[in-house]
Design a protein around this ligand. Structure first.
Ligand code: ADP
Ligand code: MG
Length: 459
């Protein structure tokens, strides 16, 4: 839309936003946004000061901003965040790379610690990381690596499903290392690493690229599963890895799946990733979920009763990002209406999330039930430790179907069967292989999928 319309609409939306979030959040994240004109009548372009804002707003405030536009009378508007660094110079309080990455404390101690990588989210610190059974080990290992980088646990490999705190933990390692003056620290996503590498190739600057990455003291590389199938980046990373490792420089990686499951990862990388310490992060249990919500309530100065937090922790069980999102949703209701929600209102506000949670919870169990029924065994046989063939095979089929038809992670599926992720993976591969040569089995699987509503029945 044109400049005038954009400015008017944004001003109205801001009135809503100012009531929906705290003053602090408003001035930090919303007040710095500038609406600007563009050619598309159904698009609102918003200028933001830097890439950090861009990502942060997209991840945390997009739905609230959409609600605000809706409240301002504009529906079906797409929002385009554009980085415009001149916004930063107009607004002094903006968090620039420098303030985020190199806190004054570091400078005043005259240490040589610098961040040569991407921006760290200022909230992703050890102080803000709530420890519970699901992450105790990963957390302790992360602290140990920060204390003595390049020694005991090198590389460190953290894996776990999405939204379980991997990025938070690895960035906390970066922040703590910078604060302690541990030399050149580089946090980078594997995607950015890949893009930088490709760009360096195109611009004939490979030497500079190598120099940059081989001088790092602590390399924190997020979402390493992104290397899957990327031959030449894997090649380059292999050399980076060796060079750092030989010089006792610390490497930390996160991945949304175990090493063995990263598709098309060169064998020599697989073995290197397994050299050091491999830790897994799981979904937080109920008590930890409540503790996380309490911590966030404090941190963000949100007014919410314990009852609300308990309701949220009871219903959102699969992902901490969703847990937080749910709390913010309830919090914006409270700040708008100035009333604590009743259980009915909570159910209504969180209906989509609760439905998703119920679906996934239902699916594994319903698959187990359906397969047990089909093979005429007991539901309890799905989780029992016994392995006679007449039980073991149906169990493998059920695991196969869970992997095919639900979005659950291998560890989560394993859990539901009282087994570990490796067993599920083995079952999945073994059933898949048998299906290739066994038309009868293919037919069985197809008909089970149809009964479960996983594929359309042939007409
Ligand atoms: P991942 O990288 O595993 O997908 P993130 O690290 O992005 O997950 O975590 C998602 C959100 O949950 C983040 O806002 C993060 O701060 C929060 N979070 C995850 N684990 C914890 C924890 N143990 N304590 C506090 N906050 C957490
Ligand atoms: Mg992440």
């Amino acid at each position: 839309m044109n400049l005038k319309k954009a400015k008017e609409l944004w001003a109205k939306a801001c009135e809503f936003l100012a009531t929906a979030v705290s003053e602090d959040i408003y001035s930090r994240w919303i007040g710095v946004i500038e609406a600007t004109g563009d050619d598309d009548p159904n698009q609102l372009t918003l200028n933001v000061p830097n890439g950090f804002y861009h990502d942060w707003l997209l991840e945390h405030y997009l739905s609230l901003i959409k609600e605000a536009l809706h409240a301002a009378g504009a529906d079906d508007i797409t929002i385009d965040f554009k980085v415009d660094s001149s916004v930063a110079t107009r607004e002094k309080s903006v968090r620039t790379e420098e303030t985020v990455e190199a806190p004054a404390r570091v400078k005043s101690r005259q240490t040589k610690s610098v961040n040569v990588g991407g921006i760290l989210n200022p909230r992703h610190t050890f102080e803000n990381f709530v420890v519970g059974p699901s992450n105790t080990f990963a957390h302790a290992a992360a602290m140990a690596v920060v204390e003595a980088p390049g020694r005991a646990y090198n590389p460190m490999f953290i894996h776990g499903g999405t939204g379980l705190g991997k990025t938070h933990l690895i960035q906390a390692m970066g922040e703590a290392s910078l604060r302690r003056g541990k030399g050149k620290v580089c946090y980078i996503t594997c995607e950015t690493f890949t893009n930088e590498f490709i760009q360096a190739l195109q611009q004939h600057q490979i030497a500079a690229f190598r120099k940059k990455y081989r001088q790092i003291d602590l390399l924190l590389i997020d979402d390493i599963h992104f290397l899957a199938g990327k031959e030449s980046t894997q090649e380059e990373f292999f050399h980076t890895f060796n060079s750092l490792h030989q010089n006792q420089k610390q490497i930390v990686m996160t991945s949304d799946r175990p090493i063995s499951e990263i598709a098309n990862l060169q064998e020599r990388l697989v073995s290197r990733f397994e050299w050091g310490l491999v830790t897994e992060m799981d979904m937080a249990d109920y008590e930890t979920r409540v503790a996380i919500l309490r911590h966030k309530r404090e941190e963000l100065k949100i007014q919410l009763s314990d009852e609300c937090l308990i309701f949220i922790a009871q219903h959102v069980k699969s992902n901490i990002r969703k847990l937080e999102g749910s709390m913010l949703r309830v919090a914006s209701y409270v700040s708008l209406t100035r009333r604590m929600p009743t259980t009915e209102v909570l159910e209504y506000l969180l209906r989509d999330t609760i439905e998703q949670e119920n679906q996934t919870a239902l699916t594994i169990e319903s698959i187990q039930r359906m397969v047990a029924e089909y093979y005429d065994i007991r539901l309890g046989d799905m989780t029992s430790k016994q392995r006679p063939q007449n039980i073991a095979f149906p169990r493998q089929v059920a695991m196969y179907l869970c992997r095919e038809l639900t979005a659950q992670s291998l560890p989560a599926i394993g859990n539901a069967f009282g087994r570990n992720h490796a067993t599920v993976l083995h079952a999945y591969r073994s059933v898949g292989a048998k299906m290739k040569n066994d038309a009868g089995l293919r037919q069985t699987i197809l008909s089970l999928q149809q009964r479960l509503g996983g594929v359309a029945a042939p007409v």
